[in-house]
Design a protein around this ligand. Sequence first.
Ligand code: ZN
Length: 311
Amino acid sequence: MLDIRKWLPKLLGNHEGEPPSEPDEIVACSDCFNDQGLKLDAFLIGLDSPSPCPNCGKTSGRKLSRHLLGALAHRFFVWGTLHRCDYGAAPIVQFNHHRATEIDSASWFEADLRLIGQLLGVGFFYYGPRLWMVGEVEPLKALQEPSTRTEIIARILNEYSTTEITSDQLLYRLRRNPQRPDKFDEYDSPPIDLTDSGRLDSKGFPVLYCSQDLQVCIHECRVTAEDELFVATLAPTRKLKVLDFAELLWEENATEFDSLDTAIHMLFLAGSHSYDISRAISLSAHDAGFDGLITHLISACFVPGRCHLRR
Ligand SMILES: [Zn+2]
């Protein structure tokens, strides 16, 4: 079976790998680089050691083993050049032991790039992504096409598992600058005439977004230090039957190009251009008798006439 949920690490490659079991030779330090970003990143992951750097001779920088230098190069050049598409994403630069360096770099960057290439024995090159990484996934393409969307949504409702959220499970709902923080209504879904602004709610179909992870709430609300934040702790008043996108969908013999799970994962990471599709999924799930859905980040309860949640 294909663990397609690991598509992002697969997409970026994994030069960091497991740490070596043997002590790894120190080859550089954070003071070896000209570029401030590389210096900072090297300092962050480097090792404290009073010995002089074998490359620059300084003792002040944090030391990088060969493994850590590879991790630094991967963070900086592969993650750092990740390019998002309408759906999916791919790094612009990759490196390996088989290619010579062939990317253009700024003049202040050339010495750093040459140094890393020499110490690791790798070359940096422009990466031609496999097409599934940039959204060429058949179920995803079918979801974008209105004439085939219904058929894929039927598959989604049928193939993903159902989970129950029970009354002993807590959910958090964060509000930023509520007018009356002590009023329970402030933590409900928006009034029905103010819906149609999010990923899953649509006109006349309010949705309550909440999470079992408080940090996710804070991140999703994009809060700043000047915001007044209030959190409601919610629990269902009855069992809620939800469609579970957080669990891995096992797809026998599926490739990346025809994986439904990859399609869903890319859909929920895409921007507002994708909301028509995710709203159609939430409406169909509601029509099929689900009380909500969960992804790896959020729980969303459909709220036709108030949710079955207490505070
Ligand atoms: Zn150094």
